[in-house]
Design a protein around this ligand. Structure first.
Ligand SMILES: Cc1ncc(COP(=O)(O)O)c(C=O)c1O
Length: 201
């Protein structure tokens, strides 16, 4: 006998989410189809401009995913085999795997026991002569201790890439997550909190 599915609530109901913004999404798709520009083009440009305006930063570059944003940021800093980049022990795997994709070594530092964000003092303890930079992660829409990381960045002359994949729209005071360090990387995949903010952008 066929067993009845005990879970009637879908893990993720994309149809329901779509219904909230259906018209706008259909219009955007149709603009893309009509322009014939499926890669880059005006739609991407206006998205980049909206995000830059929202974050109050000069530059924003649209890429295919948060993981690629991290990889491109590391490549822009010339990270290579033999280099070390400090990452938190507790994060989504892409933080460390993007370091490994460059050939460099992800060095793990512990998180604060109360907030689960990368700890500046644990990070400081793992800096070696091979360390090129740090990737603090703003987990679960909360911000890491950016004052602590800015102090290390200035003292040790390291780059600071903020993994803000889970924190689009989070802020410390009136400064948005992703705008403190050298580069901020965001994810617009389906399970991220930006969906709640879609109307703001
Ligand atoms: C902290 C963190 N960094 C990076 C990523 C990667 O983003 P994407 O899934 O867009 O590649 C994610 C996605 O879950 C994430 O949570």
């Amino acid at each position: 006998m066929e067993e009845k599915n005990s879970c009637e609530v879908p893990f993720m109901d994309l149809r329901r989410m779509l219904s909230l913004e259906k018209k706008g999404i259909e219009q955007a798709f149709s603009r893309v189809f009509e322009s014939g520009r499926y890669i880059l083009g005006q739609e991407v440009r206006s998205f980049e401009q909206s995000v830059a305006r929202y974050l109050n930063v000069k530059h924003c570059i649209g890429v295919s995913s948060g993981s690629d944003a991290l990889l491109l940021a590391l490549m822009a800093f010339g990270v290579k085999a033999g280099d070390e980049v400090i990452c938190p022990v507790f994060t989504f795997f892409a933080t460390a795997s993007s370091v490994a994709r460059t050939g460099a070594k992800p060095v793990f530092a512990d998180v604060c026991p109360g907030c689960f964000q990368l700890s500046p003092s644990e990070t400081q303890a793992r800096i070696s002569s091979n360390t090129q930079g740090i990737i603090p992660v703003h987990l679960f829409g909360q911000c890491a201790d950016m004052e602590g990381f800015k102090a290390i960045e200035e003292k040790k002359h390291l780059f600071l890439i903020e993994d803000s994949a889970q924190a689009f729209g989070a802020s410390i005071g009136n400064k948005k997550a992703g705008t403190f360090g050298s580069v901020g990387c965001f994810s617009f995949s389906l399970l991220k909190i930006w969906l709640l903010l879609a109307k703001l952008v």
